[in-house]
Ligand binder design. Structure first.
Ligand SMILES: *Cc1c(COP(=O)(O)O)cnc(C)c1O
Ligand code: SF4
Length: 360
């Protein structure tokens, strides 16, 4: 396989910040001591000015230190790891952290606790993870994440995928990655061909802003889609980055055009050091309510909140039911028009019960 990695222009010193005249050097040094800075030449090249939506995603901010209310590990991933780096939260699927490197450090990352003291990813831990999956036949869906699995040496990733494919009860493989968006030069035809040898394999790409879609990221997505890999996207809802229906509508529609199906729009987790990125819960609901029916349904992802304590993701869905009567339900259309929908009395009663159940 062609050697594409070398350094890939990874930048990890604050020198890169020096062109920002407003930066408070001492405060930022403290920030990056706690949460190391990492970016790369490609992504830096997309930034147009200080404070723009791409800048905010990667540049350290003094506010990261003033948020003590957040949790180190909001999703209780460490507690839910039967072996290190492998999170088993739902019965049939596991999240396996196989890399601790990323193309860049997103300042809002849920796993930023790991940046300064990453758990080692030794061959022994990989064997432990594989053994756990082998010994738990209910696990039929393995989601590789990190860090970013596509920053692993491709031959190492191929070994991991191959080992998983040898486990008969593992049906679906998934990779969560930011590489096609944040370091697209890492995606080569060889890599796409290698991934496609492990079907069914799905790739979910982390994209947050329409300006992350460039010639290079388009090319990376096309290579993967042409190799037959179903592509999805995950987007984190971020204050002053993408918390706007026009921005997200454009992002999701453009992604669909690249054969990337928007999958999740995620409410910011309650991670310590990220409060300045969090939007009120109502914001995401408002945005998906505005997008629904106005753009293709295939372009609207599911808005989810990942519950603290590792209780799992729950969908947040705008309420379009205004009233449940004796023999009818009143819906509200996307344009705000009320619609009286006739139902049998028994049906109305069941509706009230079912909705009451989820409302608790
Ligand atoms: C998000 C997540 C999954 C996958 O959930 P899906 O809803 O199936 O995409 C699995 N395990 C953990 C720990 C997760 O956080
Ligand atoms: S790419 Fe993902 S794991 Fe890596 S820093 Fe960004 S959000 Fe975190």
């Amino acid at each position: 396989m062609r050697k594409v990695m070398k350094s890939c222009g990874i930048i990890s010193t604050l020198q890169a910040l020096s062109r920002d005249p407003g930066a408070d050097g001492a405060a930022l040094s403290e920030v990056v001591r706690r949460y190391p800075f990492r970016t790369n030449e490609y992504y830096q090249g997309l930034i147009r000015q200080t404070g723009d939506p791409l800048w905010r995603q990667v540049m350290p901010d003094a506010m990261e230190l003033s948020d003590d209310a957040g949790l180190q590990d909001p999703l209780a991933e460490e507690a839910l790891s039967p072996v290190p780096n492998l999170v088993h939260r739902y019965p049939n699927r596991v999240l396996w952290l196989v890399s601790h490197e990323c193309a860049l450090h997103c300042r809002f990352c849920t796993r930023k606790r790991r940046w300064s003291s990453p758990l080692p990813m030794t061959g022994e831990l990989l064997r432990d993870g594989l053994r756990y999956i082998r010994e738990n036949p209910q696990v039929n869906d393995v989601l590789l994440s990190g860090g970013d699995p596509l920053l692993l040496d491709p031959s190492r990733l191929e070994t991991i995928l191959g080992e998983l494919r040898h486990i008969p009860h593992v049906a679906v493989l998934r990779i969560g990655t930011r590489v096609p968006c944040a370091l697209p030069e890492r995606v080569t035809g060889e890599l796409a061909t290698m991934l496609a040898r492990h079907h069914p394999l799905f790739l979910n790409i982390h994209f947050n802003h329409p300006r992350e879609i460039t010639e290079e990221s388009r090319r990376a997505c096309a290579l993967l889609a042409d190799a037959g890999i179903p592509l999805g996207s995950q987007t984190v809802l971020l204050r002053d980055v993408n918390d706007d229906a026009h921005v997200l509508g454009e992002l999701f529609q453009t992604l669909l055009g690249l054969r990337v199906r928007p999958y999740y729009l995620m409410q910011m987790d309650l991670t310590r050091g990220t409060a300045h990125f969090r939007t009120p819960l109502s914001r995401g609901l408002e945005i998906v309510a505005r997008l629904r029916n106005r753009i293709s349904g295939m372009a609207v992802p599911q808005l989810v909140v990942d519950l603290p304590g590792g209780l799992g993701k729950v969908p947040l869905v705008p309420n379009r039911i205004e009233h449940i009567g004796e023999d009818h339900v009143v819906f509200r259309s996307y344009q705000g028009a009320p619609c009286r929908y006739p139902v049998r009395e028994e049906e109305a009663r069941e509706m009230r019960e079912v909705l009451g159940m989820v409302r608790v």
